[in-house]
Design a protein around this ligand. Structure first.
Ligand code: SF4
Ligand code: SF4
Length: 133
């Protein structure tokens, strides 16, 4: 028997919001894995970029928000360039960060930073702009 799946119900409001911000229809992903294979941040991520796409397609956005993947993402656009379906996965990662930042969840906690930080100033400025609300 053929059962028609209503993808709008599977995705839920948060995934639709991610699609709205990024302009990406996550259902277009066919899980080839080329994004994950080229991602320089993949070894440090809880979830591979292609796994993020799979979870979004199946409405499990909570699992995505729990991961560190979107914070590790360096916005290098390798995944976007490699995707055979022209999916802007870097844009999806940015949209997920925006969702978190709108909830005022910071990844970089300014009050937890050590007094003497061994990092280039520009790296910190970039991190604050990208990762804190
Ligand atoms: S490269 Fe594109 S189609 Fe392939 S898994 Fe990644 S997002 Fe999906
Ligand atoms: S934009 Fe982010 S997810 Fe995509 S390849 Fe670069 S680091 Fe990985």
């Amino acid at each position: 028997m053929y059962v028609k799946i209503d993808h709008t119900k599977v995705k839920g409001d948060l995934v639709r919001k991610i699609e709205e911000i990024s302009g990406v229809d996550v259902n277009r992903c066919y899980q080839c894995g080329k994004c994950s294979a080229g991602c320089p941040g993949a070894p440090f991520m809880d979830l591979l970029p292609s796994q993020v796409m799979h979870l979004l397609m199946t409405g499990r956005v909570d699992r995505v928000l729990e991961s560190n993947t979107h914070w590790i993402c360096a916005s290098c656009f390798t995944c976007t360039v490699r995707c055979p379906k022209d999916i802007d996965l870097a844009g999806v990662m940015e949209a997920i960060r925006q969702i978190e930042l709108r909830e005022r969840k910071d990844f970089v906690r300014v009050d937890k930073l050590p007094e003497r930080l061994n990092a280039p100033t520009i790296a910190m400025v970039s991190a604050f702009r990208k990762l804190t609300s």
